[in-house]
Design a protein around this ligand. Structure first.
Ligand code: DAH
Length: 354
């Protein structure tokens, strides 16, 4: 009979070694130590034994039970420790590892250039004035001394917008015709009409639009920074000095400025300002097309008609105006050969100017 108990013990211990997890362990416990388990079955045999054999059998069965319970507890501990070990090594978290860098954006190269303009002109006392992108024919051309059919209008290939909204219908035709401004110059009239008779010193930055073929050198949308100073006793030398100061602040202290006569309907006299080439310093190179000079702005003394259109008496007041391209300086500065990169939204390009 005791043999039966020894076999049970051996079988149970072998099965216990196979229990690999909590579920296996529980199944084992039910099977061998449970109320209806194998050990309970062997105890039932007790009643069938001769009275004198019972104590010894009972004691043996108890020993088996104790041994199995001890083995169970031990196995349970071992499995718990193993599970803990798996958890500790499996889900390893090294808090000393460097984190993943979030993708940091930065200002667009044009915005950066614009802000350089603002900073430099602010130091010379120029405020920033915002004028609308959609203009009337009157402001974009007429009030700037270009009446309808004036040949100078050909200087700007224009996007004409559908006729103005109903509330403009009272106005003359040229005030109803809407255009996407071809330059920032119409803003001059707006500031003058708003500020007259105060003296004015403003820059007018913004986007301009031209009905042009898109090429490496021209986009149909681009930025300009217009400048306007109106007051008493303002002279051409003030304009030249201002442009020269700008060139030196923007491109380096040693920059030289050259002025050429030019023509714009809204200035008289009109000039074109060049600066010695930032790449070759005037020696001649591919960037300046071997001339040694780079064109930086159109400018001039505000035409008497334009002053009058702004509300100022040209007998008492004078003023100067200038117009800079914004992409061009960046093209020159970084030796970029295609203006289309600016607004092509290619991060491989834009990311280089962080
Ligand atoms: N508006 C001109 C253009 O787009 C640039 C310009 C020239 C602006 C002379 C001025 C100026 O204010 O005085 O081509």
């Amino acid at each position: 009979m005791h043999e039966e108990l020894s076999r049970l013990q051996a079988e149970a211990l072998a099965a216990l070694a196979d229990a690999a997890d909590a579920a296996g362990l529980e199944a084992w416990r039910v099977r061998y130590l449970g109320r209806k388990g194998a050990l309970t079955d062997t105890m039932k045999l007790l009643g069938t034994l001769p009275r004198e054999a019972r104590p010894a059998y009972g004691q043996a069965a108890n020993e088996v039970k104790n041994a199995l319970e001890a083995a169970f507890a031990e196995r349970q501990e071992a499995l718990k420790a193993a599970a803990l070990q798996v958890e500790l090594t499996g889900a390893a978290l090294d808090v000393t590892l460097p984190g993943r860098l979030p993708a940091l954006g930065h200002l667009h190269i044009t915005t950066q250039t614009l802000r350089q303009f603002y900073a430099i002109f602010a130091e010379m006392g120029f405020q920033v004035y915002d004028a609308p992108d959609v203009e009337t024919d009157e402001y974009n051309f007429g009030l700037l001394n270009m009446p309808p059919y004036h040949p100078a209008r050909d200087m700007w290939d224009t996007f004409w917008v559908t006729q103005g909204s109903p509330d403009l219908s009272e106005k003359p035709t040229s005030a109803r015709e809407l255009v996407l401004r071809t330059h920032t110059s119409p803003g001059q009239i707006r500031v003058m009409r708003e500020r007259c008779p105060e003296p004015i010193r403003v820059i007018l930055p913004g986007k301009c639009y031209r009905y042009e073929q898109i090429t490496a050198r021209s986009e149909h949308q681009f930025y300009q920074v217009e400048g306007l100073a109106v007051g008493k006793g303002i002279r051409l030398t003030d304009l030249v000095g201002t442009l020269q100061q700008f060139a030196r602040r923007m491109y380096g202290a040693g920059r030289r400025l050259r002025v050429r006569g030019s023509y714009f309907p809204f200035t008289e006299p009109s000039i074109e300002a060049d600066m010695d080439c930032i790449l070759c310093g005037g020696e001649g190179c591919g960037v300046c097309k071997y001339s040694g000079w780079l064109e930086i702005a159109g400018a001039g003394m505000v035409h008497p008609t334009v002053l009058r259109n702004g509300g100022y008496d040209p007998e008492l007041y004078s003023g100067f105006a200038f117009g800079f391209g914004v992409e061009r300086p960046a093209l020159m500065k970084y030796d970029i050969h295609d203006i289309r990169y600016f607004y092509g939204n290619d991060l491989r390009f834009l990311g280089q100017f962080g």
